[in-house]
Design a protein around this ligand. Sequence first.
Ligand code: SF4
Ligand code: SF4
Length: 473
Amino acid sequence: METPENEQFRDSIGTINTEGKRAWVYPKKPWGRLYDYRKWVSYGLLLFLFSSPFIKINGNQFLMFNILERRFNVFGFPFWPQDFHLFVIIMIIGVVFITLFTVAFGRIFCGWICPQTIFMEMVFRRIEYWIDGDRGAQIRLDKAPWNAEKIRKRVLKWFVFFLISFLIANIFLAYFIGSDRLIQYVVDGPASHLSTLISLLIFTGVFYFIFAWFREQVCIIVCPYGRLQGALLDTKSIVVAYDHKRGEGQNGRAKFRKKEDRSALGKGDCIDCNQCVQVCPTGIDIRNGTQLECVNCTACIDICNHMMEKVDLPKGLIRYASEDNIEKKAKFKFNNRLKGYTAVLTILIGVLTGMLFLRNDVEATVLRLPGQLYERKADNIISNVYTFKVVNKTVEDIADMHFELLSHKGKIELVTHKNFTVKAQDIAEGTLFIEINAAALDKDKTKLNIGVYQHDKLIETTQANFLGPRSYN
Ligand code: SF4
Ligand code: SF4
C-alpha cells in the first residue's frame, strides 16, 4: 500500500530524496532570541575548547589526552594508567549523567553544547552565509554554471573551510600530544616532524569532509547518542516540540488570511508558512513530531515565534515542551521526577568532584616476581623477591622514600639503594626483598600491608602476597 504523502516522513529521512540520493539541506539563516543565546554559549565553549590545551594548573595542561604516552590531564589533574579505574568510573558516571539528563531534558546537549553542532552551525555555516548568502542565494549558486562569481565564492569558501579545519586539527593535536610539544614542533618547522604533519593533514581532511560535506549526516547516521533518543525519551521529556493541538486546531493548519477568525473556522494556529522547515539544519518538519534527526537547535522556535508575532498570534507554537505538556495543557512543572533526576545528577557530580580531589598523589604497586619461589635463609627467615613501581603524580620531586611492613614484623630491603626519589610526574621502579620470620606466618600465602614513607611520613599503602612453606616447625 502506498504511504499517503503527509506520512512519507515515516519511511525516509529528510536528507535522502526519492531516488535514494543525498538531498542537500539549505537551511535559512536562523535568527532570534534563542539563537542569540546559543551564539553566546558557543562563543564561551569555543573559547574553552581553543584555550584549554594552553591553560596550565600547577604546571599541568588543563585538558590533555595523550593516548600514545598514556598521560591524561583532566581539569589540571594528571591521570596515569594506574588511575584507569577512575576513568572507568568517570565514564560510567558520564553515561548515567547523559541518560538521566536526556530522559529529563531531551537533546538539549545536541543543540547547545555538542562540538559538532557548535562548529557546524556557529562557525562553518555562518561563513557559508557570509560568502554564499542565505538559503535562496545558496540554491541559486549551486544551480548556476561555473562562472567567475561561482568559482570565486567556491574557492574562497573551500579555502576558509580548509584553514579552519587545519586550525581545529592543530587544537586537537594540542589535546593529544600537549601544547608545549605542539609549539615546539611549530618552532622546529614541519620538515622536522613529517609524520606529525601527515597526521595533521589527515585530521584536517576529516574535519573538512565533515563540515564541508557530511554535515548533518553525522547527527543522523553516525552519532550513537542521536540513535538512543527513541529509547531515552518519553512523554515527559522536554524537547523542541510543535504544539499540534494548538497548531492543527479542529480542521488542521491553514494559510494566514487577513480579517479571518481562525478559531471560529476551526483552523489551527499554524499558518503553514513552512519557515520552520526551511530553517531546519537537518531538513525535517518538526510538525511531524519528535524525530531522530532533530538536534534541538531551536532555530524553528525562533522563526515560528517571529511568524506568530507577525500574524498577531501567541508565541510558543513550537517550544521546549513535553508531549504531556502539549496533550494535557499542563504548565511545565519541576515535578518530583525531575527533582529526583537533578538530585541524582548533583550527587554524581559531587562524587566525581570528591574522587578527583581525594585522589592519592602517590601510587605504589609491589608485585611478587612471577615464577620465583620463596627462599629460606638463616634463622628461619623466609624471603620473597618483588618488583615495585611508585608513581609520582605531583609536579614536584618526592625524595627520601622507603617502604616499611605495616602488617607483620620483618624488613624490606631495596636491591639497589635504601631510600629513593621519584621525580615529578615520573615513575620509580625497582626490585626489593621482603624478609619475615617463618614463625610469624600462619599459612603458605600471606597478605602483607606495606607502607610507602617519605622521611617518616606514611604517604601511601599497598598490599602484596608473601609465600612461605606449608608447615612451620
Ligand atoms: S513556522 Fe510555525 S507557523 Fe510556520 S509552518 Fe512552522 S509551525 Fe507553522
Ligand atoms: S526541528 Fe527545529 S530544533 Fe529540530 S533540528 Fe530542526 S530546526 Fe532545529
